[in-house]
Write a protein that binds this ligand. Structure first.
Ligand code: FE2
Ligand code: FE2
Length: 264
């Protein structure tokens, strides 16, 4: 269900954000006391907002608890980082983060009678095999965070085609497009910071940043089209976005691996 997919994505984005700060990739200063607040992040807002409709289920209480534990772990790792001590808390942070995902899965599993099918058959049409997730190992550039984000992003782009014949105005499509846009935005920020750190020539970085702008513009256009009631199907839009992102990875991102192998 899209609801839980979004909850998972919120959580992964937040956890990555903390990891970026710890790894020095992101220079934002985070206050551990603010990070400790489990109601302030997007997942927390979901839990106590629209997710509260599941509040009668025991799995909901488990999620609330594992999410609180995660925020304590995030706050602890951040305090450690700010104090200049590194490493001790990272395994408990990761375990706490995985526990939140497991809690979301457990809650989601109470909502579906049968396990999720491996194929993507849906009421609104059936997926083609050639439309299966586009991520391939050969796309790795050798920087873990970026590779993980590419894989996550392509899996979300795949979800745009969960109901190929649905209109782009359908709620599930609109929700997926908005999730893809958030992930792209976070991912492009990561990549752009990373390129600056590699000390690449200004023109090369600028060209790459412009290409990111084009990808985001495409998503904004889809949202505008949906808002204007333009009649397009999920399948049409999905193919365009997928092809565009894949060609971007091949043309702009994969060449970055050369600089990782031979840093300046
Ligand atoms: Fe890129
Ligand atoms: Fe990328």
């Amino acid at each position: 269900m899209i609801d839980f997919d979004i909850a998972r994505a919120w959580h992964k984005i937040f956890a990555l954000h903390i990891e970026f700060v710890i790894d020095g990739i992101e220079k934002t200063s985070l206050d551990p006391r603010v990070v400790r607040d489990d109601a302030a992040c997007n997942l927390g807002k979901w839990i106590f907002g629209s997710g509260a409709r599941y509040a009668r289920r025991p799995e909901y209480a488990d999620l609330v608890e594992s999410h609180i534990r995660f925020h304590y772990a995030a706050s602890a790792i951040l305090e450690e980082h700010l104090a200049g001590r590194a490493g001790n808390q990272s395994s408990s942070f990761r375990a706490a983060s995985d526990a939140v995902l497991a809690s979301i899965d457990a809650l989601a599993s109470t909502m579906i009678k049968a396990p999720r099918p491996a194929g993507r058959e849906t009421a609104a049409g059936r997926k083609n095999d050639e439309d299966q997730p586009a991520w391939q190992e050969s796309m790795r550039i050798g920087m873990k965070l970026i590779d993980e984000q590419h894989e996550e992003l392509l899996s979300w782009i795949g979800k745009l085609n969960d109901a190929p014949t649905a209109a782009i105005t359908s709620k599930s499509f609109v929700d997926s497009i908005s999730a893809v846009k958030k992930l792209e935005t976070l991912h492009f920020e990561t990549e752009e910071i990373f390129m600056q750190r590699l000390g690449l020539p200004h023109e090369q970085v600028q060209e790459h940043v412009n290409a990111h702008g084009e990808l985001l513009k495409e998503l904004v256009q889809v949202e505008l089209d949906a808002g204007n009631g333009i009649r397009k199907t999920a399948a049409e839009v999905h193919r365009g976005i997928k092809d565009h992102v894949l060609s971007h990875i091949a043309r702009h991102d994969m060449p970055l691996s050369r600089h990782i192998a031979n840093p300046h």
